[in-house]
Design a protein around this ligand. Structure first.
Ligand SMILES: [Zn+2]
Length: 269
């Protein structure tokens, strides 16, 4: 019985590793010895027919996160000549969640930053501040409420079948385990910089089962920049100053992270 279980587990492991190499060989950098950060993927949440959450004043999340993402891209492009910055969307356009990860992989991204804004649930007291999320595979199925809000468009529009989910969970398990340490370090750099550079209070770093983080094979983080259901957060998130300060803080954290990542990986060559 135990032997059967061991054989079964080994087979699953073997299949997932084989699938890992078959399906993700496109994401291996051309020079696989070179592990520096060359491509940053910026993912502005929602867009088009998916407005995301709605603020007290009626503002849509999709229209807050896009200018923050564009400002972040501009800061990065100005700082680095040799860094490719790819946006999963650069206009008010609907992009499926699955497609966002595919874009990141096909562009050989080395870092994936998804930008969102939050909303409190009806039964909750007022909430304010930013949160950072890492992928927790165990929670992909669970779809707790906050996750459900960010994931809901996959349910409505993409009709994800269980085979896709199982396959991606296996692949992501291999990848995210490898990148979790980097994702965690990057998250705490973002947390430090946003606390220093904006008026938003930090609510912490959490793990959740966000679909958009599932299919990107690189260090990935999702930033919930603040609560559109809080009047002070909303006003700040809507303002040019607020959007600029958030973008600049994330930019600074990318700069620190890239410095550390590139240095460490150059030692390993
Ligand atoms: Zn969102």
């Amino acid at each position: 019985m135990i032997l059967k279980k061991i054989i079964l587990i080994s087979s699953v492991l073997l299949i997932s590793l084989t699938a890992f190499f078959i399906f993700h060989n496109t994401s291996v950098p051309q020079n696989s010895n070179d592990k520096r950060i060359y491509t940053v993927i910026i993912d502005a949440g929602h867009g088009g027919k998916d407005p995301g959450t709605t603020g007290l004043s009626g503002v849509f999340e999709k229209n807050i996160v896009l200018p923050i993402a564009i400002k972040l891209k501009n800061y990065l492009s100005k700082e680095y000549d040799d860094l490719k910055v790819v946006m999963t969307r650069d206009k008010d356009e609907f992009i499926e969640l699955k497609k966002r990860g595919q874009i990141a992989n096909s562009e050989n991204g080395n870092l994936f930053i998804s930008i969102h804004c939050n909303a409190k649930k009806n039964e909750e007291n007022d909430k304010s501040g930013f949160e950072i999320y890492l992928l927790d595979l165990a929670r992909v199925d669970e779809a707790n409420k906050i996750t459900l809000d960010e994931n809901k468009f996959i349910g409505y529009n993409e009709k994800i079948d269980t085979t896709y989910l199982t396959q991606n969970k296996m692949l992501a398990a291999v990848y995210q385990q490898a990148y979790l340490n980097y994702s965690e370090r990057f998250s705490s750099m973002i947390e430090t910089e946003i606390i220093k550079g904006t008026k938003l209070p930090g609510r912490g770093i959490f793990q959740a089962g966000f679909w958009v983080l599932l299919s990107a094979s690189m260090p990935t983080v999702l930033v919930e920049c603040g609560y559109l259901t809080n009047s002070s957060d909303e006003e700040y998130l809507k303002s040019e100053k607020g959007q600029d300060e958030i973008a600049k803080s994330i930019f600074k954290s990318v700069r620190y992270f890239k410095l550390e990542y590139d240095f460490e990986n150059s030692l390993m060559q």
